[in-house]
Write a protein that binds this ligand. Structure first.
Ligand SMILES: Nc1ncnc2c1ncn2[C@@H]1O[C@H](COP(=O)(O)OP(=O)(O)OP(=O)(O)O)[C@@H](O)[C@H]1O
Ligand SMILES: [Mg+2]
Length: 176
C-alpha cells in the first residue's frame, strides 16, 4: 500500500511516497490520472528500471486504457487517445545528443493539448517545454521512493490534488 511521507516543509507543493511494489507504482499513476489537465508536461526522472513506464501504465489504466502499454524506448513516442484526453508517452533514453530530438520531429506533440509524459527528459531538455510536474523515482527499501514537484500553477494544483486523493494512505514522517 502506498505510504505518504510528510514533506519537511509541508508546503503541499511536494508529494513524497513510498511505493512497496509495482502495484503501488501503478496506483500512484492512477491517482495522477484523476488530476490531469490538457497540455500538462510531466517529466519522469529516475534511473533505468525505476518504474517510469510502470507509473505511466497506471495513469493510462486510470484513464480507462485497457490495451497494452509498451515502453517507447525504440519508438520514442507511444500516443494514446483515451476518453478524456490525448496522452503522449515519450522515452528519450536512446538519444546520444539532444540534437537528435530535432531530427525526430516531435515538436507538434509538445505544442498541443495532449498530456506529455517524458522518460529521460534530460536527454532532450534544451528543446522541451519546461515541466509542470516532475516525478522522481529512486530505490528505497526494496521498493521505490516517489517525489513529485509542481513547478507551475497547473503542476502545483496537481500535486496538491494528488495529496488529497491519496489522503487515506498511511503516513510516515520524512527521515532526516
Ligand atoms: N515500487 C516498486 N517496487 C519494486 N519494483 C517496482 C516498483 N515499481 C516498478 N517496479 C518494477 O521495476 C521494473 C522496471 O520498471 P519500468 O520498466 O517501469 O522502469 P523504467 O523506469 O521505465 O525503466 P527504463 O528507464 O528502462 O525505461 C519492473 O519490473 C517493475 O515491475
Ligand atoms: Mg521505461
Amino acid at each position: 500500500m502506498i505510504e505518504l511521507i510528510q514533506a519537511a516543509d509541508d508546503s503541499g507543493a511536494r508529494l513524497q511516497a513510498h511505493l512497496a511494489d509495482e502495484k503501488d507504482t501503478e496506483t500512484l499513476g492512477s491517482a495522477l490520472a484523476t488530476v490531469l489537465s490538457p497540455g500538462l508536461q510531466i517529466w519522469l526522472e529516475g534511473n533505468l528500471g525505476m518504474g517510469k513506464t510502470t507509473l505511466t501504465r497506471g495513469v493510462l489504466r486510470g484513464l480507462g486504457h485497457e490495451g497494452k502499454v509498451k515502453s517507447p524506448t525504440y519508438t520514442l513516442i507511444e500516443p494514446y487517445v483515451v476518453s478524456r484526453l490525448d496522452l503522449y508517452h515519450f522515452d528519450f533514453y536512446r538519444f546520444n545528443s539532444p540534437d537528435e530530438y530535432l531530427d525526430a520531429g516531435l515538436d507538434e506533440y509538445f505544442a498541443g493539448e495532449g498530456v506529455c509524459m517524458v522518460e529521460w527528459p534530460d536527454k532532450a531538455a534544451p528543446y522541451l517545454p519546461p515541466p509542470d510536474l516532475e516525478v522522481r523515482l529512486s530505490p528505497a527499501a526494496g521498493g521505490r521512493r516517489a517525489e513529485i514537484f509542481g513547478h507551475t500553477e497547473a503542476g502545483l494544483r496537481c500535486a496538491n490534488e494528488m495529496n488529497k486523493a491519496l489522503e487515506g494512505a498511511p503516513r510516515a514522517s520524512a527521515p532526516d
